[in-house]
Write a protein that binds this ligand. Sequence first.
Ligand code: NAP
Length: 264
Amino acid sequence: VVRASGIGRVVATRCDTLPLGHYVYGLPGWQRYGVVRDDPLNTDLGPEVDPPALLSVYGATGLTAYVGIVDVGRVTDGETVVVSAAAGATGSLAAQIAKLHGARVIGITGREDKARWLLDELGLDGAIDHRRDDVRAKLRELCPDRVDVYFDNVGGPILDAVLDRLAMHARVVLCGSIAIYNETRRPPGPANYFQLINRRARMEGFLSLDHWDRFGEISARLGEWMAEGKLRYRTEVYEGLESAVDALNALFTGANTGKTVIRV
Ligand SMILES: NC(=O)c1ccc[n+]([C@@H]2O[C@H](COP(=O)([O-])OP(=O)(O)OC[C@H]3O[C@@H](n4cnc5c(N)ncnc54)[C@H](OP(=O)(O)O)[C@@H]3O)[C@@H](O)[C@H]2O)c1
């Protein structure tokens, strides 16, 4: 079964803590029915939830964005933050959480309408189109004080370009590396890693799975921002398990804006 986080409804149970009719958040994968156990990776959501909204903002997506920006990136007021795949599920939340911490945020994306969404609706301070713009030139223009935190979803040449623009004591948050997931040969390393030394910078990877015990705490924080109208999200829903491959491919072609959800 292809692994994926998701929400399912309990249709049969032998477990008191996961009662019939309740929704459960966990890692059900690409399947219509699955066995869920009472363990830390599965969270009872009760009988009334809006699964697409929940998957878009809370769960693994919100947890990843929050831990990356707050714990690993340690973003503070007035810093310059760059986020790649900024119009995607994780990036769009990471960028907004950085804004909520008082940062100047520049988003990198691959389509004009997504760049407009970042600027007009999410309130970012700048956008770079990695398909049309000269990314290095744009980083110089939009980050005159250099980059304090880079939330990296893509790796590859964009990571290299940002490494060349780091500020002193910058933090490079390694969330994902989608630009190299389909490489059939070993990809080249970041040629500019020496800038970490020049800039006394730190580069750190993290996995949201290691922070699952903070699901409740971080969901509550995100929920407060949602209630105050400070977080926005988009969801693209694909219908049926047979659409799962198209949904996955959309992440690689950049066809998606916001969170991609498959309803099975
Ligand atoms: N560390 C963790 O615990 C954790 C947890 C969840 C996800 N992740 C990682 O976070 C990243 C984002 O995941 P997501 O689920 O939120 O997906 P997503 O951002 O909603 O979708 C992926 C986006 O990546 C961009 N992209 C694809 N190929 C690219 C390339 N070669 N160069 C630049 N941009 C490219 C596309 O947007 P554009 O149109 O902007 O190019 C696409 O929309 C992935 O790398 C994923 O593996 C990590």
